[in-house]
Write a protein that binds this ligand. Sequence first.
Ligand code: HEC
Length: 152
Amino acid sequence: MRKLTGVTAALALLVAPVAALAQATGVKAIEARQANFKALARAFKTINDELKGARPSVDVLRRAAAELSVAAQRIPGGFPAGSGPETGAKTEALAAIWTNRAGFTEAANRNIAAARALEAAAASGDLARIRAATDAVGPTCKGCHDSFRLKK
Ligand code: HEC
């Protein structure tokens, strides 16, 4: 019995640093993806604000559309295993991201497609087309948040 306890204690010593490392990795991933979502939201706001102005700048729209597209493409890689609510870190990511990976990837791909379409519209310089493409992005944000982000 005493021997077994000794083995358990030795195992605990071995396991503890590994668990701590895994958690640090998870928290780093959480911080990185939250920063990416902030960049995504900032670019989207820039576009919406610009379109509300009297004379929207196509240059500003193009730059922000490119940023939005890059951030959208980074989303799927931002959720490695072990970076979910089980870390105990502050995250709004729902466990469904990992249990329904196919659904999450599909939601991310819809957002990427909308972002790319907006980039193409911005490249054309056609404001009506840019407005329509911008309006098509919002529902793809909500579509993912509804299933995969904690409601506040
Ligand atoms: C494929 C899923 C998905 C898509 C698409 C998506 N989001 Fe999110 N978003 C999330 C998840 C999950 C979180 C929570 C991340 C966390 O806390 O770890 C989040 C968090 C955020 C946050 C909070 C970031 C922070 O400060 O912690 C903002 C802002 C945000 N999203 C805006 C947007 C906008 C704007 C769009 C569309 C242009 C968008 N998101 C598209 C899944 C998505």
